[in-house]
Design a binder for this molecule. Sequence first.
Ligand SMILES: Nc1ncnc2c1ncn2[C@@H]1O[C@H](COP(=O)(O)OP(=O)(O)OP(=O)(O)O)[C@@H](O)[C@H]1O
Ligand SMILES: [Mg+2]
Length: 329
Amino acid sequence: MSASTTTSTVARRAAALGGGSARSLAAGPSGAKAALAVEFAGLGRTFAPSAGTVASVAARPVLRDVSLTVRAGEVLAILGTSGCGKSTLLRIAGGLDSPSTGSVQIDGSPTTAFDTRCAVGFQEPRLLPWRTVAANVSLGLPRGTAREAGRARVAELLELVGLTAFAGHRPAAISGGMAQRTSLARALARNPGVLLLDEPFGALDALTRLKMQDLLLDVHAAAPTTVLLVTHDVDEALQLADRIILLGQEPATTDAGGTRADGNARAPGATTFGATIVQELTVPGNRPRDRGSAELAELRGRLLAGLGIDRHGDARGVASSTNIPHFPY
Ligand SMILES: Nc1ncnc2c1ncn2[C@@H]1O[C@H](COP(=O)(O)OP(=O)(O)OP(=O)(O)O)[C@@H](O)[C@H]1O
Ligand SMILES: [Mg+2]
């Protein structure tokens, strides 16, 4: 999708998802903040054993030495096997968790707890069932938004995601795709400089998912923001992202011993884990991309190999070409 995509195109696309308004938008989403760059520097996260854990259970390094700069306005997809730390990385970026080592900066300043420069979208829409669609979207408005301005902004966003006709419905009366669009509108209501999406379309049927991917691209073109998108879907990453990183384990390192997070001695020779960036690739071509292109097929093969899936779609214990074993957690 070119940067010249108009919001009327977005509204038409949203309407095609079903239940949407066919009216075009007069203007783009108002008040959009500039997209912000995100920089991870030597980031690591180790979870201490929870209270009551037997003393022999060591602290669990989940992420280690993640260094990456996400450019303002870039769409970055994060792939990796289940449990490798994708959501943890996203949570740290948004200030919902803190790194054990290293740092994250947004627009050159450290992330703060529940950083208001970010908005988060999850796999489940997480709507309040007793509130209408419009009232759920309004929950995303920045604090202190004047009532009239808030109402106008919600109306604008509902039109953007094709839900104007459903503004007064409660979540129980809309489809899963519509609920996810409501959730996307709520995230955009904050005018985020960084949009953090954790498998946002993972619970949708295949067709709705494809349409939502197109909608996200159109929304991004109409109101550019930096997007960090966690997904399990290699094709989704290839369609949506400017760049893809694969989190995984480098060959295990041997622990030299020392002191554990709980203060007890750690025996030398124990294997330490922690996912880091094991593959990073730039996706060629403008969006929307030809899903059947040979170039994307080659990248798909590389990413699947990195995820431990061979050419025939079988999961292997170890992806020998990239040294990424299935995650041990
Ligand atoms: N608050 C926490 N306390 C202890 N361990 C945690 C905590 N949060 C996450 N973990 C552990 O960190 C590891 C990575 O979790 P995370 O949710 O980031 O994985 P993920 O890559 O998003 O997995 P999935 O693809 O299944 O969503 C898991 O082993 C998980 O149990
Ligand atoms: Mg996750």
